[in-house]
Design a binder for this molecule. Sequence first.
Ligand SMILES: [Zn+2]
Length: 153
Amino acid sequence: MTVNLDQVEPLTLKGQIAVPYTWWVGEVGSKFLIALRDEAKIIGNRCTKCNTTYVPPRKNCGSCFTDIYEFVELGNEGIVSAHTVVRFKYPLQPVESPFAYALIRLDGADVGLVHIIKRDLDRLKNGVRVKAQFKDPSERTGHILDIDSFQII
Ligand SMILES: [Zn+2]
């Protein structure tokens, strides 16, 4: 039997896969996450060529491609520069909804850090000041969610 495949109705199947994985976060990522875990401090790094301060810190400057070796401690506060509120439930979300993903410009940084805001979502708007809320030391594991969330202040 000869079939002209151009005439076959295209079907799709829905599926779901779980892919556990582990990856090394690198020297710079490790330094950032260890500071969160052990000291409840947010560190970034500054390009000495163009003076851009990154958080999370990165190995190379995204503007001038210089290797970055100068680390700086940033404050725990900053300003929301963009956000979106999540109201649906989905198993892969970092926390129970409703919550917001927010791009937070920490004091002293030139780029935004993506994190979550859990409370006072009715007060959330771009430009509002927020402060990092760290988990208790016994709960911190060297993960971005060692910062439990940011709270509007
Ligand atoms: Zn640079």
